[in-house]
Unconditional design. Structure first.
Ligand code: SF4
Length: 366
């Protein structure tokens, strides 16, 4: 992205004309239908532990928050949730936890992954696709989990501005270390996802334009972005958002711009988006998102997995209804991998035709 394009993008965020939102949604929808069709793929989200060794200033799971009840699901519980999702037609799950980097923890989840990958549904010959979101681990640990059978990894940079990154994390967490992790994941062969929060204290529209440039430069396969929603029991909640007054509208614009700039990546309609606006899911999809992450975490544990305040949950029927109302189709029994990944691997050389399962047939590993 040139300097001029970045200024133009920042200008879009500054512009308060509502007709601009309509134009952006139309353009994003056009790009998405051309490159990905109307499919929306679910990733059943299993938040298997809210324990975390980190202390990010914005997150309700930070180790310094003594007001939450910590939990860690048992091996059998995770496997059962995954297989229930599988038999219901979700062909992918996302295993998420706080950052737990001991070898005991990584061995634990590698064993869970191997067990899940050993199953085959009677309705689908392929195994369950597994995305991980477990934070910063060592190269060796990422490789261990890849060899166990995971093939996608989400690691949000949260902001591509190194100074802002340092303001929202304690000194022991480094921007460069996060970049090294993203590079390691790509080198190992994962489909790599990242993302940012929108509306952080101290964040500017120019930062968001730089974020888009960062995603392109990193050639990412998947993107997860959501509005920053303060959690009352965190240090960042005491700071004001000075420069981005409407995080929801800005997030929708950011999604639409991302879809226009990166038409073949997978992009999530985040739960945060759904949590701050009744039509958050529908608008996120119209802005180009093609992935949803229904929460499968047991009801008893959900209230303890609050990265931000007032997290909302949609049941399957509501999700299906909203996707249909937005003009798209909830697509079961397919992995729905990012076409961009196959293109950068040289496995998809012609323009992707959105026929539904062509990504599955080109998958390099199951
Ligand atoms: S953002 Fe992730 S690493 Fe940071 S405190 Fe929350 S769960 Fe832990």
């Amino acid at each position: 992205m040139t300097h001029t394009s970045k200024i133009k993008i920042a200008d879009i965020f500054h512009n308060t004309d509502p007709s601009l939102d309509r134009q952006l949604l139309e353009k994003a929808d056009h790009c998405r239908r051309q490159h990905l069709g109307s499919a929306v793929y679910p990733r059943g989200l299993i938040e298997y532990s809210n324990c975390c060794r980190r202390n990010c200033f914005y997150c309700g799971l930070r180790r310094g928050n003594s007001l939450i009840r910590r939990y860690h699901l048992q091996r059998e519980q995770i496997i059962e949730l995954a297989l229930q999702a599988y038999d219901a037609g979700y062909q992918s799950i996302c295993l998420q936890s706080g950052e737990l980097s001991s070898s005991k923890e990584v061995d634990f989840i590698a064993d869970v992954i191997r067990t899940i990958k050993g199953y085959r549904s009677k309705n689908s010959g392929q195994g369950l696709g597994i995305t991980l979101s477990l934070g910063e681990l060592t190269y060796k640990q990422y490789r261990q989990l890849w060899e166990a059978g995971a093939h996608r990894y989400l690691l949000r940079i949260e902001t591509s501005n190194p100074l802002l990154f340092q303001k929202i994390h304690p000194p022991e967490q480094s921007y460069n270390r996060r970049l090294e992790c993203l590079d390691a994941l790509r080198e190992i062969g994962y489909q790599v996802g990242t993302g940012v929060m929108i509306g952080l204290p101290g964040q500017s529209y120019e930062d968001l334009a730089t974020d888009l440039e960062f995603f392109q430069a990193k050639d990412i396969d998947m993107l997860g972005m959501g509005p920053y929603i303060p959690h009352p029991d965190t240090p960042l909640a005491r700071q004001k958002t000075e420069f981005i007054p409407d995080a929801f509208t800005t997030t929708i614009r950011m999604l639409a711009l991302a879809r226009i700039l990166m038409p073949d990546i997978n992009m999530v309609a985040s739960t945060a988006l759904q949590s701050i606006h009744p039509d958050g899911l529908k608008l996120g999809l119209k802005a180009g998102a093609n992935i949803v992450m229904p929460v499968l975490t047991p009801e008893d544990n959900r209230k303890d997995y609050m990265l931000y305040a007032n997290k909302k949950f949609s049941n399957f029927e509501r999700l299906k209804h909203d996707i249909h109302e937005a003009g798209y189709e909830l697509t079961l029994w397919q992995w729905g991998d990012s076409p961009h990944y196959f293109k950068r691997q040289g496995l998809l050389t012609t323009d992707y035709a959105p026929t539904g399962d062509s990504t599955c047939s080109l998958r390099s590993r199951i």
